[in-house]
Design a protein around this ligand. Structure first.
Ligand SMILES: *Cc1c(COP(=O)(O)O)cnc(C)c1O
Length: 497
């Protein structure tokens, strides 16, 4: 049955999945949501017999209903291939009474690869279906992980170009090296003199520039977005929750229909929202455990019903979760408001005016399946060391936040259901914090020496993504001022502004 997409703020007519992927954000500033959440149409026992790509098809076909079977299978085949260093794509590792769903085996060793390896194919297919003749220019501002994953996904994809702006002095050395060594004639990486907010607002300004949009169109280009508000990123993320359940079932660790819990280290609320969609499709998930670091705006929201971003921004060892405005939460708010776009829009207006809003008691009652928790910096580091001592398994800082929150949840509730923890980055991506958590003596070693040491103690090969940048030549050295971003884009595209 066909599913169309509408804005969470009620503007415009519903559009097809492919049109929503091309647009990214709705014209009224809302996010696209499916008119209804479809139910799984294969039994859990059937799904348990399938490989990742097959599960991906069974889930995605229910959402991307204007893609043909051939188109969708083709996108899936091109995404989940040898770019991943494991045949399983998303393996489960059991450690200390939980199942870690490793979502970091892709090209850039963070979970962003799960969606960003398929988004470019969905987007070029969508462009063909909608008879877009222009070349698509992906603009991205990044604080580290999204930029590299988007670059890797879009590199050398025909009909696309990708431009990434990052804060010149605001990313880790490994993250910068990953980006500036990116190959691909259609890739462009620029450091700006400014922070992440400057990069982000510069990109938003370019998107909103009508004259520039016109100029691009005259020259055969149009902009699109690869960030997590695009439904082309949300839908592929539902897949791995279904896959994880099916895998536990196939291995006889749960029985068919048995409920499990899911713990997700959360920033922009995209990953956990995908788990919520999976639950609403009929996957037997009981609790959705939302784990925050010291930027615990979501924990406070689940406690009190008030979302309040007026607080200090804390820099933590899990930087991909350092965020005070969780964009994808809007999709949940819309749903618990009974799909009342007006109500959602007025709450979002309050957020933009006053930096906070409070939901009604009736809405709060709809959040019963969520549990919010958070981990301090000290608890996070301690958990990495403790888990390593106990089991030899090494997790990254983001995953450790989730692991701490799960331990707290168990203690508080006594719940013994089988639990999947989303493991969102390889420990090799945050080597220094991870190694310092294991032993202070590592503090004096340089980054690549630490990588080799981690490989030894974790008994794990150094991922290709890290091996590659050790010796890779720098291919991008553009730097610009924050007010020169539009000029820089035009220069790269070879058009006069
Ligand atoms: C992006 C990211 C997160 C947060 O995911 P959201 O979907 O934004 O909630 C967590 N961990 C890592 C390693 C990430 O890169």
């Amino acid at each position: 049955m066909e599913i169309l997409y509408k804005s969470t703020r009620g503007g415009g007519e519903p559009i097809t999945a492919s049109a929503a992927i091309l647009k990214g954000l709705a014209d009224d500033g809302g996010l696209f949501v499916p008119e209804r959440i479809p139910a799984l149409d294969k039994s859990l026992a059937e799904l348990a017999q399938m490989e990742y790509a097959q599960v991906a098809y069974e889930v995605m076909k229910l959402y991307l209903t204007d893609f043909t079977e051939e188109e969708l299978k083709n996108c899936i085949a091109r995404a989940y291939d040898s770019k991943f260093d494991t045949q399983e794509i998303a393996p489960l590792a059991e450690a200390d009474g939980a199942y870690y769903l490793e979502l970091f085996h892709g090209a850039t060793i963070a979970f962003k690869d799960m969606a960003l390896s398929i988004l470019p194919h969905l987007m070029t297919t969508a462009a063909k279906k909608n008879e877009i003749k222009n070349e698509i220019v992906i603009l991205t501002a990044t604080s580290g992980d999204t930029g590299k994953a988007a670059l890797a996904g879009f590199a050398d994809v025909e009909g696309t170009r990708i431009i990434v702006f990052y804060p010149k002095n605001g990313v880790s050395p490994i993250q910068e090296k990953q980006m500036v060594t990116q190959k691909g004639a259609n890739t462009f990486v620029v450091g700006i003199h400014g922070n992440f907010d400057d990069a982000q607002s510069g990109v938003k300004k370019i998107f909103a520039d009508g004259a520039l949009k016109q100029k691009l169109d005259e020259n055969g280009f149009q902009f699109s977005s690869a960030n997590s508000i695009n439904i082309g990123r949300l839908v592929p993320q539902i897949v791995y929750y279904v896959y994880a359940y099916a895998k536990l079932l196939a291995e006889g660790r749960i029985s068919e229909g048995e409920q499990i819990n899911v713990v997700v280290p959360t920033g922009n609320f995209g990953n956990i929202l995908a788990a919520y969609y999976a639950k609403n499709m009929g996957l037997p998930i009981d609790k959705l455990i939302c784990a925050s670091n010291e930027n615990k705006v979501l924990f406070d929201f689940f406690e009190s019903g008030t979302y309040d971003r007026n607080r200090e921004f804390v820099l933590t060892s899990s930087p991909s979760m350092d965020i005070l405005i969780s964009s994808n939460l809007e999709r949940l708010i819309y749903r618990i408001a009974g799909e009342d776009a007006q109500k959602n829009a007025s709450l979002m207006q309050e957020l933009s005016n006053a930096g906070k809003y409070t939901i009604t008691d009736a809405m709060k009652a709809e959040l019963a399946s969520f549990y919010g928790g958070y981990a301090s910096e000290q608890e996070t580091a301690q958990r990495i060391g403790e888990l390593y001592e106990k089991t030899g398994y090494v997790i990254d800082t983001h995953t450790a936040v989730a692991s701490v929150v799960y331990e707290k949840y168990k203690k508080e509730t006594g719940d013994t259901k089988k639990t999947v923890i989303a493991s969102t980055a390889s420990p090799f991506k945050f080597t220094r914090s991870v190694m310092n958590a294991i032993d202070q003596k590592y503090d004096s070693m340089d980054d690549f020496a630490l990588v080799d040491e981690l490989s030894k103690i974790a008994n794990a090969a150094v991922p290709r993504a890290i091996e590659e940048i050790r010796t890779a030549p720098v291919l991008h050295d553009h730097v610009c001022e924050k007010n020169e971003m539009a000029d820089t884009v035009c220069g790269f595209l070879g058009i006069m502004e």
